[in-house]
Design a protein around this ligand. Structure first.
Ligand code: MN3
Length: 207
């Protein structure tokens, strides 16, 4: 069963003005589609064909750059679209809000640390908020790596991620990554992030 591009859970212009329509169209239909197509090409006719994406990522260091880069690209973008929402923004609540306060001092301090992870990533990559050993952690990965990979610079179960490749923001924000990161918080779906958190903490059965 080949990998397929998931439909966006909202329209291309739904995240305006924070993330613009043209960026969403190109990002989803061209960039993400290319990761899917190239991942399918990379596994076709190999022992990796038919393996789940999670299984491929767990062995990313052993199965070649094409699977690592495109498999990571497919997973990261599928995850990214889902944690954004036109009705996003605001603050988390419940157990996640409490865990953020405990781990970082406050919601604002968490955002500051996450933004610093995104700003500190030279070139292309991702910033992550995730769960490691029952605690929240913030880190970043280069290229299309992610914290689920055996080769990841930081390991955790991601509950929130932000794409800091220039293709994610250049049309609207040009070189101003900090402005894009600032706008990102207006479209974060905290309900979805909260569900990821509870799953990562083992409080919900895995989907
Ligand atoms: Mn991207």
């Amino acid at each position: 069963m080949a990998f397929t591009l998931p439909a966006l859970p909202y329209s291309f212009d739904a995240l305006e003005p924070h993330i613009d329509k043209l960026t969403m169209q190109i990002h989803h239909d061209k960039h993400h589609q290319a990761y899917v197509d190239n991942l399918n090409k990379a596994v076709a006719g190999t022992p990796n064909e038919g393996k789940s994406l999670e299984e491929l990522l767990a062995h990313a260091g052993q199965i070649g750059a094409a699977v690592r880069n495109n498999g990571g690209g497919h997973w990261n973008h599928s995850f990214f679209w889902e944690i954004l929402s036109p009705s996003g923004g605001g603050k988390p609540s419940g157990a996640l809000a409490k865990a953020i306060d405990e781990s970082f001092g406050s919601f604002d301090a968490m955002k500051e640390k996450f933004n610093a992870a995104g700003m500190g990533r030279f070139g292309s990559g991702w910033a992550w908020l995730g769960v490691l050993d029952g605690k929240l952690t913030i880190c970043s990965t280069p290229n299309q790596d992610n914290p689920l990979m055996d080769v990841a610079e930081c390991k955790c179960k991601p509950i929130l991620g932000c794409d800091v490749w220039e293709h994610a923001y250049y049309l609207k924000y040009q070189n101003k990554r900090a402005e894009y990161l600032g706008a990102f918080w207006n479209v974060v779906d905290w309900k979805k992030v909260g569900t990821h958190f509870e799953k990562a903490m083992g409080k919900l059965a895995a989907a």
